[in-house]
Write a protein that binds this ligand. Structure first.
Ligand code: AQP
Length: 334
């Protein structure tokens, strides 16, 4: 069976972008067709400063979010990245495969490092090589992510290809990004040109998985829109990023396509559509946030799930790392 790997950083609040771009799709892939491995990537989170107590809390919160959204620890391997040392061990090998020029082209580094790149951590620069190791230490073939991760997945492919070429082996698979669904890039509610993000200083720009019904309704009511009625076909959304975003969110939450949604709501004003969207968002998200809150009260249970998941993950990763060491020529590789 093909293997799926993906992760989410426990660095901020889980938001609707994480849910529709990643988590909901993790759940969709869980089942007979794939072996699914999902990770809280705490080592990625610390590429920018994290308060230790908050990092612990957020790691458990993301795990609670995974389970509340429908990931079943019996069907998917769930664990915390730092629990499986093979990720960092393989990342070192990949640091020696990836080229400086490749890394310098990464737009996420440029965005996050900002103007003062000299002051960014070395880890932030090397982030995509660790991500390649996360994926390839399981020989994962499918990686569900939001559209913002596309460039990092291309780098993962480049690393696999160069490793195989340099050592004359056919060892690492060339991974397929699984970017799709109606909302691969959920936009900021106040600015349709920017993605919804946990690091935006304004909480009104995003819907958090922990927001209550009133909070969700208020954020949707205040979301930026334009004065026109909704079109009945997606062509009519091309110059209307805010309208497109709300339609895509509706479609993704309701397991429809944007076309299907517009066939129903075309002609309506936002005054009528926004309450429909708020009602749908609350109906879909409230059960998840309620379950998340309950699970957060069961810290020991979460830690047990992570420990068990880490053991299963290590059983897959360890032999692949040893084979890698052997290919590279390290004495003592098993
Ligand atoms: N706006 C988004 N739309 C669709 N997918 C998104 N993802 C993130 N934002 C959106 C997807 O969520 C997964 C986890 O990403 P991450 O670990 O980078 O999470 P994050 O730090 O919470 O992402 P942010 O909010 O965008 O963080 P900052 O503000 O730090 O940049 C990935 O699959 C990602 O594509």
């Amino acid at each position: 069976t093909p293997r799926v790997f993906s992760g989410i950083q426990p660095s901020g609040n889980l938001h609707l972008g994480n849910y529709l771009g990643a988590l909901k799709r993790f759940v969709d892939m869980q089942g007979e067709d794939f072996e699914t491995i999902y990770c809280m990537v705490d080592l990625h989170a610390i590429t920018v400063w994290q308060d230790p107590a908050r990092l612990r809390e957020k790691t458990r919160e993301v795990c609670a979010g995974f389970i509340a959204a429908g990931l079943d620890p019996e069907k998917s391997i769930l664990f915390n990245q730092s629990q499986v040392a093979e990720h960092t061990q393989l990342a070192w090998i990949f640091n020696c495969i990836a080229r400086m020029g490749w890394m310098q082209r990464m737009t996420q580094f440029k965005d996050k490092a900002g103007k003062n790149a000299q002051n960014a951590s070395l880890g932030l620069f090397a982030y995509p090589a660790l991500m390649a190791a996360d994926i390839l230490t399981y020989h994962a073939t499918h990686v569900p992510v939001g559209e913002d991760q596309k460039q990092h997945l291309e780098l993962t492919r480049d690393i696999a290809i160069k490793f195989n070429h340099d050592y004359g082996v056919d060892f690492f698979p060339v991974t397929e990004p699984v970017i799709g669904g109606p909302a691969p890039r959920v936009m900021n509610l106040r600015d349709g040109s920017r993605k919804m993000s946990s690091s935006d200083p304004s909480d009104m720009t995003r819907i958090n998985m922990t927001d209550d019904a009133d909070g969700i309704a208020k954020k949707i009511r205040k979301a930026k829109t334009d004065p026109d009625a909704l079109p009945s076909e997606t062509d009519g959304l091309s110059e209307r990023p805010e309208a497109r975003n709300l339609i895509n969110i509706y479609a993704a939450l309701n397991d429809q396509t944007a076309e299907q949604v517009l066939a129903e709501v075309g002609g309506k004003q936002f005054g009528e559509f926004k309450p429909m969207l708020a009602e749908l968002a609350v109906a879909k998200l409230a059960p998840i946030s309620t379950e998340m809150a309950r699970l957060m009260g069961e810290e020991a249970e979460i830690d047990r799930i992570l420990a068990r998941g880490a053991e299963k993950a290590r059983a897959i990763a360890a032999p692949i790392l040893q084979q890698t060491y052997d290919i590279v020529g390290m004495v003592g590789a098993k």
